[in-house]
Design a protein around this ligand. Sequence first.
Ligand code: C2R
Length: 184
Amino acid sequence: MARRSGSKATRSSDRRPLKVWVAMGSDSDLPIMEEAVKVLNEFGIPCEVDVTSAHRTPEATARYARTAEQRGFGVIIVGAGHAAHLGGAVAANTTLPVIAVPLPSSSLQGLDALLSTVQMPGGVPVACMAIGKSGAMNAGLFAAQILATRDPELRRRLQRHKASMADKVLEKNRTLKNAAADRA
Ligand code: C2R
């Protein structure tokens, strides 16, 4: 599934905008992984979304990972629940940065996915976000931050996003204080 483009982060060879590949172990993961896609869309970063599984489609997963760089991706986000090996299996087959989101799809509520994702052996790094929706949102932001290291305009958009987040918290605090003053 192709998503829209807009960012200026590019491959050094051809100056086309780098894309983010969002992979998930099952279509049942989509409602949470949409949070990552939403962030990428917000920042105008092109992305493609695929369902692929280290366990159920191991060859296709390895092929996707091995060809990701030549297909124009600069960062990979993976989401998986249960015994989540997707992040490691993808990272084993690429030198692109892999950001993983452990998903709470099993009876262990994501603790299983967290541990199987975060405990990578030395030599095969996978950046592990929080379990669930916040993790997916942060995966999108983290991918944007990686691409922003070579895209000043994207960096400015991230700075504006941070400032607007701070403004919202300050506004909430003002509202809280005003409500407390009204009650006193
Ligand atoms: P189903 O809903 O399809 O049964 O999947 C998926 O990410 C999903 O959260 C249940 C859960 O299994 C996970 N899954 C993995 C992998 N493939 C699928 N952890 C993998 O390769 O690591």
